[in-house]
Ligand binder design. Structure first.
Ligand SMILES: [Zn+2]
Length: 253
């Protein structure tokens, strides 16, 4: 097993494999390829790209956490996250609809958010989390409700397309001169976005940052408005349809 700093507590040690999302949220037998971001950028037509990397099996994840932190998440947050995530499966199946207003009943919102935050910590490795102590502290201490407002979290229903694990990047909109810095994880049935220092709004996402305001042992019911968004290419906040991507590729030639 590789040695490095645990992305959560920072201890330098042998790292254990952390499933993202948790194994129990249908990420046990996932087959996938690991492709470097530079490889993706090189492709002329990402939709037709055939990557050479070998096929990995046994669930998506990263050697990111020490054994203790891995167990800590399993004991404290994973069950709450799995229950939350699984409750969206019935909506994913309703393919004729792309927008849902729903009420989630009696779920552990604070644990769900802490698990989601930990998934971003694992995905982005120590090089990111080293300078984000308050985010790590929010996860490591179940009772802490304080999380700086620069961290915001959003969800959506994952539509057609690939799994997306996008490390922290910045996208800019030349027209509106706005930029968004953040990271994204999309794995059926859900997509989650974490933004940093972003004060604007995301048109098709439901913000769940307020989950931090609940006590860790509190069961809550809340309304959610979720859009189904396609994730065809591994780019942060890219929800273009296949047709649109093809059109854009043609027009850029
Ligand atoms: Zn650790």
């Amino acid at each position: 097993m590789p040695e490095d700093n645990c992305s959560l507590c920072g201890t330098f040690c042998e790292l254990s494999f952390e499933h993202i999302p948790p194994k129990s949220a249908f990420n046990k037998n996932t087959r996938y390829k690991i492709v470097a971001y530079e490889e993706v950028l090189k492709q002329e037509n990402i939709l037709e790209a055939k990557f050479k990397s070998k096929i990995e099996q046994g669930g998506i994840g990263y050697y990111s956490l020490c054994r203790q932190c891995n167990n800590f998440l399993g004991l404290n947050y994973v069950n709450a996250y799995t229950a939350y995530s699984n409750s969206f499966i019935e909506f994913v199946k309703k393919k004729q609809f792309d927008y849902f207003q729903l009420t989630m009943h009696e779920f552990e919102a604070a644990k769900v958010l802490k698990q989601i935050a930990s998934m971003f910590i694992s995905l982005n490795t120590w090089s990111f989390s080293e300078s984000h102590y308050e985010l790590r502290n929010f996860i490591l201490n179940p009772n802490i409700q304080d999380l700086p407002s620069k961290y915001r979290f959003f969800n959506y229903l994952k539509g057609e397309g690939d799994i997306r694990n996008a490390r922290v990047s910045v996208i800019g909109d030349l027209n509106s001169a706005t930029t968004v810095m953040g990271s994204e994880i999309a794995f059926p049935p859900l997509g989650h976005v974490m933004t940093i220092d972003f004060k604007g709004s995301l048109s098709y996402h439901h913000e769940i940052t307020n989950f931090k305001n609940f006590r860790v042992d509190e069961f809550v019911s809340t309304d959610l408005n979720v859009y189904r968004l396609p994730t065809h290419i591994p780019m942060f906040l890219d929800y273009r349809s296949k047709e649109q991507i093809e059109k854009d590729i043609k027009s850029s030639r």
